[in-house]
Design a protein around this ligand. Structure first.
Ligand SMILES: *Cc1c(COP(=O)(O)O)cnc(C)c1O
Length: 345
């Protein structure tokens, strides 16, 4: 059996030998005391990349979003967000449960953005009956919208509207470097008018673990308290942060390769009439199944050593990442061709 081609997520990527060496050699200290020079350096680099004053290193993207929501709000507030966003769908309802906020989902547009008119309508008039609306959450790239890179003009319209009505904006930029590559700008430009932004090191950047929350200095100081409360204060975390530094230095410029591989994969999949595939904007390929069952297809792929995940009742998701080469995509397409006639209706 040839090697597994794992396209379930970009989170399955494994640290390279060079990244592991950087981790092994990291200078460390107790980060809860602020003493870990490697964490401090990663936080400074992340803040600079994001175009914000400061940053705090956290274990996961889920905790990054929860800390951000918690720090922007008080219990009993209401946050506005897209109905397909990660915070609303895939974070175990942490925002309502742990930050005590009500989530008000607005229909995401197919391109991952929101209709400004819908946002405008959703912002409540302050009175004795209504929850406060201190926060609008955006996501770029948008995972459930197929890795869509939300255009800057749309982001700018939404941030201007939110700020005009006194709302802060948090950007879930788990894949912000994919967005930046697709839009042809820096991550700092993507996040420019967002008050805070979180991003993952553990996806397209190839780290084993870690995310950052970036924003104004006073916000990050409060976020650090909330990180400690949630159990995210880590001690000699420089061992992990060293991977992040390595990734920021080496793994951003190559991200366009993942987008090229995703385009090649989408094109090849689309040649089979059973898969309806939209052209991907970044590293996420979404394929709708028009015959057979999703479970049947996923199993047939698996038998050929190609791993994908369910992404809806008749939809699968395949994600390219830095352990997947162009050759792997060609190989995967060859294996998929062997399954394409094989699944019963
Ligand atoms: C993966 C992801 C997260 C959460 O990241 P974890 O590290 O898996 O907790 C948040 N937002 C988006 C858009 C994601 O894709």
């Amino acid at each position: 059996m040839s090697a597994i081609i794992d396209l379930r997520s970009d989170t399955v990527s494994k640290p390279s030998d060079a990244m592991r060496r950087a981790m092994a050699e990291a200078e460390v200290g107790d980060d809860v005391f602020g003493d870990d020079p490697t964490v401090n350096r990663l936080e400074a680099m992340a803040a600079e990349r994001a175009g914000k004053e400061a940053a705090v290193y956290v274990p996961s993207g889920t905790m990054a979003n929860l800390i951000s929501v918690m720090t922007h709000t008080q219990p009993g507030d209401e946050i506005l967000l897209g109905d397909h966003c990660h915070i609303f769908n895939y974070e175990v309802a942490g925002a309502p449960r742990l930050a005590g906020v009500q989530t008000h989902p607005l229909p995401n547009l197919p391109g991952g953005g929101l209709d400004p008119a819908a946002v405008e309508t959703a912002i409540r008039e302050p009175n004795i009956h209504t929850p406060r609306n201190p926060l609008l959450c955006l996501e770029n790239t948008h995972n459930r919208c197929g890795g869509a890179a939300v255009p800057l003009a749309e982001m700018d319209a939404l941030t201007a509207l939110a700020h005009g009505r006194g709302l802060a904006v948090h950007l879930d930029g788990a894949r912000i470097f994919n967005a930046a590559a697709a839009l042809g700008v820096t991550a700092a430009r993507v996040a420019r008018d967002c008050d805070t932004v979180s991003f993952c090191l553990s996806k397209g950047l190839g780290c084993p673990v870690g995310s950052l929350v970036c924003g104004p200095k006073e916000f990050i100081a409060l976020a650090r308290r909330n990180r400690k409360m949630l159990g995210g204060g880590m001690r000699q975390a420089g061992i992990l942060a060293a991977a992040g530094i390595y990734a920021l230095e080496h793994n951003i410029d190559r991200i366009h390769e993942d987008h090229e591989n995703a385009a090649l994969l989408a094109e090849g999949l689309g040649r089979h009439e059973v898969f309806h595939v939209r052209r991907p904007q970044t590293n996420i390929v979404v394929a709708d199944i028009v015959r057979g069952t999703l479970a049947g297809w996923l199993q047939a792929f698996r038998r050929e050593g190609v791993l994908a995940v369910a992404f809806g009742p008749a939809r699968m998701r395949l994600v390219t990442h830095l352990n997947i080469s162009r050759g792997d995509i060609e190989d995967a397409l060859g294996r998929i061709a062997r399954t394409a006639g094989a699944v019963p209706a």
